[in-house]
Design a protein around this ligand. Structure first.
Ligand code: COA
Length: 317
């Protein structure tokens, strides 16, 4: 993938939001229904609890509304809505037009399905629309994986959950925040993580783990090369929240201290397309990202897909 073309219109994130359902399922709750225990789940995944019970439209409207309010952008001024999700509420229509209506937007709306890499795919796509003349876009990542999780399977039930995050992206004079990006896919790995229509998630956990670290590191390395930055210069990493050991191993191989990573996994579990924008919103809400910081977003997921982006944070505090 190319570096950013000189002369392209830039964009900055001017608002963000997040949403999770009210129902909390702790590891202790899972101990009552499957043969597992808190110590195993915590040490193997980093997850202590997760939220379940939302709908993709409902969570998207909540996080999207927060992002719009924080940005101060009038919903009527939004030029397009991109919703990253692998769990739309219906097969047809996509969930994004319903979100568009409930948020009072009057613009094009479409879903992107790149599984857990989806939000970064959507964010990069949004930058492309701004390069072509759009002014203000709403980008949301939401998944409601609880609905496609087999709650009797101890290999997958502890991992997956529901959540959403959103950003408002606005055109700016000059190059904007995005310095480099990478979108990858390898469909030959489909069999390691999939869900048939009407079915439940099937996963070869060991194989996904093994590939996840490699493809996250490969994608992040490409984005850093495109941006012309080194791992030492990265101030903050927002990784897909799938497993603390995957995040830790990827950071280790990239030479980025784990202390620089957004970590929400202990209380959110894996919310797929929701995971990166949720973690980004959490870091911004807690003032962990400051103007001028170099931020690496990096995800991987079913497909298998991988995606990353380097942002120079600025403009909003
Ligand atoms: N509770 C307790 N024990 C469990 C368990 C559970 N929920 N699930 C499996 N075990 C047991 C196994 O039976 C096995 O026991 P044995 O050694 O007596 O045979 C042992 O724990 C190890 O199982 P294994 O499947 O090898 O565990 P693992 O170390 O590979 O961890 C995952 C399993 C799922 C946590 C790990 O493979 C993983 O996180 N993979 C990536 C998944 C992912 O991120 N998917 C989403 C991508 S977007």
């Amino acid at each position: 993938m190319p570096a950013i073309r000189p002369g392209a219109h830039g964009a900055v994130i001017t608002g963000w939001g997040s949403a999770v359902p009210d129902t909390v399922v702790t590891n202790a709750d899972l101990e009552k229904t499957i043969d597992t225990n808190d110590e195993w789940i915590t040490s193997r995944t980093g997850i202590k609890e997760r939220r379940v019970g939302g709908t993709t439209v409902g969570l998207s409207v909540e996080s999207g509304r927060q992002a719009l309010e924080r940005s101060g952008v009038d919903p009527a001024a939004i030029d397009g809505l991109i919703l990253a999700t692998t769990t739309p509420d219906r097969v047809v229509p996509a969930s994004s037009p319903v979100v568009q209506d409930q948020l009072g937007l009057s613009c094009g709306a479409f879903d992107v399905n790149a599984a857990c890499s989806g939000f970064v795919y959507a964010l990069v796509t949004a930058h492309g629309l701004i390069a072509m003349g759009a002014e203000k876009l709403l980008v949301i990542g939401t998944d409601t994986l609880a609905r496609i999780t087999d709650w009797t399977d101890r290999g997958t039930a502890p991992l997956f959950a529901d959540g959403s995050g959103a950003v408002v992206l606005e055109a700016t004079e000059g190059p904007g925040q995005l310095l480099g990006w990478d979108l990858d896919a390898d469909g030959s790995a489909e069999k390691f993580l999939y869900c048939d229509v009407g079915g439940l998630i099937m996963m070869d956990g060991k194989e996904v783990f093994r590939r996840a670290v490699r493809i996250m590191v490969d994608s992040a390395t490409k984005s850093m090369q495109h941006a012309g930055v080194t791992a030492e210069e990265i101030s903050h990493v927002v990784p897909h929240q799938a497993n603390i050991r995957i995040i830790s191993a990827a950071c280790d191989r990239l030479g980025i201290p784990l202390e620089k990573a957004s970590l929400t996994i202990h209380r959110t579990g894996n919310t797929s397309s929701g995971s990166i924008p949720l973690a980004l919103a959490d870091s911004l809400d807690n003032s962990k990202i400051a103007p001028g910081d170099l931020v690496l977003l990096v995800g991987f997921g079913a497909g298998m897909t991988a995606a990353s982006a380097i942002l120079r944070w600025g403009g909003v505090s």
